[in-house]
Write a protein of this length. Structure first.
Lengths: 292, 263
């Protein structure tokens, strides 16, 4: 067991930013994606686990905060010297003599940035700079708090791919806070969904998907034609411009598929869509009925 | 159960950290200008201006009085104004917190900063001594007087560094910290005779305040025993204790304010 959270409550003044009532356990080697809208309590949870905010309740773990590594939403450094110097000071090493660090710098294609000052780096380069140092900490638990926010689509994709590639076949425990569902689909194997400081859902992605969405989900454009075709199936909650249809078994899926082929309907199939799962988990938590 | 924020990190102050802080201070224009250029210019300017009005016989004494007085600008500029501008910018950008998250403790961070600022102050004082000795007619000091002056400059420097460190942690904004420290800096310069106005020329209430500050004694009295002689150090020591106590109270308040991080 990596850590267990029991009755955790964080308050900023009179406002409760986070209230976790049911015990939550994180196992070693797990990659937990934390999602939720702004103000859901994601960063507050990270800060509580790092001991940066006062809290009530208990966080039971053998890991001390200094054994955790974190990439915060915003990471600033002095701008009076090249980032190479900052990196060497923080990691207390010489880049030329540290092959592991050289490998990581090469992996993130950061060699050309070492002589630049921090303020001269692009958004993506700034993120990579902190990520390299965070990875070099080799912590028992690593947090990535909105590591790709503020980046353009292409930079975001590339950075996510790099993270996925780096952590493939490794056993590091990660807690990844993100607004981007596709990022978590690639990086996380468990999801913690928060809303207004409360836990809406927590568990394995597949299990949560099965619980809130069924075996698979077919996602179509929300048009009158598609709406009438979908009427006979169980319709899940989805963003307004889409229709999400739940398949509870193979027979239902075959029926759905032949109908779409017959009527030439464009669709996307998923058995792990975190966005649709989150919307329906929230809807279920707040007692809103699902159609169909 | 109520759990307090934990921030006990382990990395200590290393040589690499000192090298890093040296590069950091070198990038700070405020420290260079107010710590090196400003005291030298002020001393040369005032020595020439006041020296011209003094009789030939007392000119060396007037000169040394100005040189000692202007030497006070160095610890105040480097350790107070310069460090304040550097550190408050770091606090505003949450750089110290980032360092804590990388495992650096508050003690090791401030130790490296104090060491580097003391090194810079030493360099500035050496340069000041060379420039002033070459360009002005300064009488040779008694060793004890020189040592007392040096210890006093370092002591004042450390006290002012702690004061501005606390101010930056309280205000957490560069603009506010810089505004407050700049005001205090010029106010202290005026009160303690560094702006060309003698403490005796100030209104009575200001004189009382000035007498609570060690800089007043250094700037007004230290020239009197530059080449030896007796001096009653008690009021000076009392003023040092008073300033240190005030700093201690400020440090406790800053710690109290920073006991919890609210975002």
């Amino acid at each position: 067991m990596l850590l267990t959270i029991k009755q955790l409550q964080v308050k900023y003044g009179s406002q409760t930013a986070l209230r976790i009532e049911e015990p939550l356990s994180f196992e070693r080697g797990e990659r937990i994606g934390v999602i939720g809208s702004n103000g859901a309590g994601k960063t507050t949870l990270v800060k509580a686990l790092l001991g940066l905010v006062d809290y009530q309740g208990s966080i039971i773990t053998q890991i001390r905060p200094e054994q955790m590594a974190v990439h915060m939403q915003s990471n600033s450094y002095v701008s009076t010297m090249p980032v190479r110097r900052i990196m060497e000071m923080i990691l207390d090493t010489n880049i030329k003599e540290n092959r592991e660090l050289q490998e990581l710098i090469g992996f993130f294609e950061f060699e050309g940035c070492l002589s630049k000052r921090f303020h001269a780096l692009s958004g993506g380069q700034k993120q990579k700079f902190t990520i390299i140092m965070v990875m070099m900490q080799k912590a028992e638990l690593t947090f990535y708090d909105e590591v790709t926010s503020g980046l353009d689509f292409e930079s975001r994709q590339k950075l996510t791919e790099k993270l996925v590639e780096w952590y493939r076949d490794k056993e590091d425990s990660l807690i990844i806070v993100s607004h981007y569902y596709e990022e978590l689909e690639q990086l996380a194997d468990k999801i913690l969904l928060l809303d207004e400081g409360r836990v809406i859902a927590y568990g394995n992605v597949k299990e949560l998907f099965l619980k809130y969405c069924g075996d698979a989900v077919y996602i179509l454009e929300n048009t009158p034609k598609n709406h009438s075709l979908a009427a006979e199936f169980r319709m899940l909650r989805s963003p307004d411009h889409l229709l999400a249809l739940s398949c509870r078994n193979k027979e239902e899926e075959r029926r759905m598929l032949s109908l779409f082929v017959e009527h030439n309907v464009d669709f996307k199939r998923s058995s792990s869509d975190i966005e649709i799962m989150s919307i329906n988990a929230k809807s279920c938590f707040y007692g809103e009925a699902v159609q169909g | 159960m109520n759990n307090k924020a934990i921030n006990n990190r382990k990395k200590g102050c290393s040589l690499r950290m000192i090298g890093y802080e040296l590069r950091n201070i070198n990038g700070n224009f405020m420290t260079h200008f107010f710590g090196i250029v400003f005291p030298n210019i002020m001393s040369l300017l005032f020595s020439t201006m006041i020296g011209k009005q003094a009789p030939d016989a007392s000119r060396p004494e007037v000169t040394i009085s100005v040189v000692i007085c202007m030497a006070l600008i160095m610890p105040m500029s480097i350790m107070f104004l310069g460090y304040g501008s550097l550190y408050s910018q770091e606090v505003e950008r949450e750089i110290p917190q980032r360092m804590h998250l990388f495992g650096f403790g508050e003690k090791s961070l401030i130790t490296a900063k104090i060491i580097v600022h003391l090194l810079f102050l030493t360099g500035a004082m050496l340069l000041y001594a060379v420039v002033q000795t070459l360009l002005l007619d300064i009488p040779r000091p008694a060793l004890s007087s020189l040592l007392i002056l040096l210890v006093s400059l370092y002591l004042i420097g450390v006290i002012f560094l702690v004061i501005v460190h606390c101010l930056a942690n309280i205000f957490r904004r560069f603009s506010v910290t810089f505004g407050v420290s700049m005001t205090i800096y010029f106010l202290l310069m005026m009160l303690t005779g560094m702006m060309g106005i003698s403490t005796d020329q100030l209104p009575a209430i200001w004189q009382k305040i000035a007498r609570m500050l060690p800089m007043t004694y250094i700037s007004n009295d230290f020239a009197g025993f530059w080449q030896g002689g007796s001096y009653n150090f008690m009021p000076y020591i009392q003023s040092c204790i008073f300033l240190a106590a005030l700093t201690g109270i400020l440090a406790m308040y800053a710690q109290y304010r920073g006991r919890r991080v609210r975002k």
